[in-house]
Design a protein around this ligand. Structure first.
Ligand SMILES: [Cu+2]
Length: 102
């Protein structure tokens, strides 16, 4: 999803047993990591521009991941360099492709 600096995103826990948390190495320099609790909504304000990769912790390797672009994906190359487990690798390849060729 594309948002602007300072926007707030509500990650809604529509099912129990999932969460949303940022992935180490996939947020801009100086940005604050976030981690929602399992089965609970989490609200994140994105105060630094850049690309944010996030995951559902128990289903990371199944590819339950996403990207948030805050204005410009300045740290895209660094985020792409992060090694991904299991199905997350392919899912992120798709997401980056969509990002580069919308
Ligand atoms: Cu999950």
């Amino acid at each position: 999803m594309h948002i602007h600096t300072g926007d707030t995103v509500h990650f809604i826990a529509s099912d129990p047993g999932h969460n949303a948390q940022s992935i180490t190495g996939m947020i801009p320099d100086g940005a604050t990591a976030f981690a929602g609790k399992m089965g609970q909504d989490v609200t994140v304000t994105f105060s630094k521009p850049g690309l944010y990769g996030y995951k559902c912790l128990p289903h990371y390797f199944l590819g339950m991941v996403g990207l948030v672009v805050v204005d410009k994906p300045e740290n895209e190359e660094a985020a792409k360099a992060v090694s991904q487990p299991g199905a997350a690798k392919q899912r992120f390849e798709q997401l980056f492709k969509q990002l580069d060729h919308p």
